[in-house]
Structure formats: C-alpha cells, structure tokens
Design a binder for this molecule. Structure first.
Ligand code: THU
Length: 135
C-alpha cells in the first residue's frame, strides 16, 4: 500500500464528513499491519463536544472490528474539501493513537497538489502519557 493510495482513500472519506458547523472536512485512512484499511471522517454535533474527529472514527471502527496492530494513518482536511494545506491530527487524536501504536507509527499528511509529508507518532507526541505511567 503506497502513501499516495492511502491519501486518495482519505480524500474519498473526507467527502462523507458531517461538518455542518465548521465546514471543515477531514478524512483518514488507517492501514493495519494485516493490510486491511479502515477509513473515517469527522462527525460533528450541535452540542459541539460530542464531535468525533476523522482519525478517531477510523481507529474506533478498526478497534471495534478486533484490529490491534497498526502501520500508518493518512489524513487530509480542509474547509469545504479544499485541501490546500496539510491537516495535522489534533492533540486528542494523537493521544488516542498513542493508546494503540508505538512511536514508529507513521502519520502521512496529504495536500491537494499531491504533496505528501510523513512523520511518526513520537515526533508528533513526544513525552506522551501512557499506560506505563499507571504501573
Ligand atoms: N477535526 C478532525 O476531524 N481531525 C483533526 O485532527 C482536527 C479537527 C475536525 C473536528 C471538527 O469537526 C472540525 O475538524 C473542525 O475542528
């Protein structure tokens, strides 16, 4: 699975975003180590705080299907599906990712012009809080 193909899947997922309050549409495509891919979009709510980000939608779909081993996630986002800038995952999503992935987990960001950048969870969430702290 190439980063380009994963980004294409994230773009398609973003078109399902339910974002009537912000118009900011986000799509994610989560690649499992077994090769399966789970996509997700953001789902907003009139009460705002129940809003779920695209990344967490993809993770929760995968976790609820029994997946536990993850390779990478591709993310795109922008107002009214305009992906002219990279969309980094929010802090809450970084924390949720850290529950299930180690620091090498790849986070792939894409833009409309085809540019792709890749980073890792350890770069985006250094010194995170984890189950290790609860031992
Ligand atoms: N959003 C995501 O889906 N993922 C992120 O990482 C950042 C923000 C969504 C939540 C909300 O529906 C909209 O973008 C504006 O914050």
């Amino acid at each position: 699975m190439t980063s380009e193909k994963l980004i294409e899947m994230a773009k398609a997922a973003a078109s399902n975003a339910y974002a009537p309050y912000s118009d900011f549409c986000v799509g994610a495509a989560l690649l499992c180590k077994n090769g399966k891919i789970y996509t997700g979009c953001n789902i907003e709510n009139s009460s705002f705080s129940p809003t779920n980000c695209a990344e967490r939608t993809a993770f929760f779909k995968a976790i609820s299907e029994g997946e536990r081993d993850f390779e990478a996630i591709a993310i795109v986002g922008g107002k009214n599906l305009d992906f002219s800038d990279f969309c980094y995952p929010c802090g809450v999503c970084r924390q949720v990712i850290s529950e299930f992935c180690n620091g090498e987990f790849r986070i792939i960001l894409g833009k409309a012009d085809g540019e792709i950048i890749e980073s890792t969870l350890s770069e985006l969430l250094p010194h995170g809080f984890s189950s290790e702290n609860l031992r």
